[in-house]
Design a protein around this ligand. Structure first.
Ligand code: SF4
Length: 236
């Protein structure tokens, strides 16, 4: 495969053809912020926080845009930073980011004005339908990581997909089925890649609610959810 030479923030870098701007920048020691991107999952350029200036009419999403010979990429101009700030402010206006440490750090780094935008917020019931994890889509930023890890990027179980269109697009199960009625094998990989706390281990959620660890243990053991220790000792 041939190599491609370009400049990123004035630094010349040579990378194999097909490399993304994001990966080329990392090789040059330049950090481009990301939200939806995960190094072990297919990038989709959904959040656009990794937008960079390549001299074109619109900014390019660095995580999905391949380098070109002679390309001059700028990752930190005022307009690039302003675009990122606006994206983050709009995200903050829509979703509960209280358990999204990486996004909260970016809000601070880009001096985002929280409360700048007002409008409809994501509203969803919390899905507590299995002993292993809860789904709180009030905190979901539609990054798509859980869908991909559940599908062709890792698990091939396809229990998670999306529903709705535009602003109302949400992650969910086929026909809104409870998780035990889907193909989910409760591998936990979706929980592991979720950056916002929208997917959370049930035990963590119960601990945060102040439940006693012993209670949690018996409440979350599969098939024994309602059995108390005394009931088991009695052989009930
Ligand atoms: S549930 Fe989590 S991993 Fe899935 S799309 Fe929402 S924020 Fe991303």
């Amino acid at each position: 495969m041939s190599d491609v030479t370009l400049t990123i923030d004035g630094i010349e870098v040579t990378v194999p053809a097909g490399t993304t701007i994001y990966d080329a920048a990392r090789l040059a020691g330049i950090d481009i912020p990301v939200v939806c991107y995960h190094p072990h999952l297919t990038a989709n350029g959904l959040c656009r926080v990794c937008s960079v200036d390549t001299g074109g009419r619109v900014f390019a999403a660095a995580c999905v845009t391949a380098v070109n010979p002679g390309m001059e990429v700028k990752t930190q101009t005022d307009s690039v930073c302003s675009a990122r700030r606006t994206i983050l402010e709009m995200l903050d206006a829509t979703v509960d980011l209280s358990e999204s440490p990486e996004v909260l750090e970016l809000l601070e780094r880009y001096d985002a004005q929280r409360g700048r935008f007002e409008g409809a917020r994501r509203e969803s019931p919390v899905h507590d339908d299995n002993p292993f994890y809860i789904r709180d889509y009030n905190k979901c930023i539609n990054c798509w990581r859980c869908v991909q890890v559940c599908g062709t990027d890792a698990q091939y179980t396809f229990a998670l997909s999306f529903d709705g269109r535009g602003f109302h697009t949400t992650i969910g199960t086929f026909m809104g089925e409870d998780m035990p009625d889907t193909t989910c094998v409760f591998c936990g990989q979706c929980v592991g890649v979720c950056p916002t706390g929208a997917l959370k281990p049930k035990r963590q959620a119960l601990l945060e609610q102040g439940m006693d660890p012993d209670e949690i243990f018996f409440a979350t053991r599969r098939g024994r959810r309602n059995r108390r220790p005394e009931a088991q000792a009695d052989g009930d």
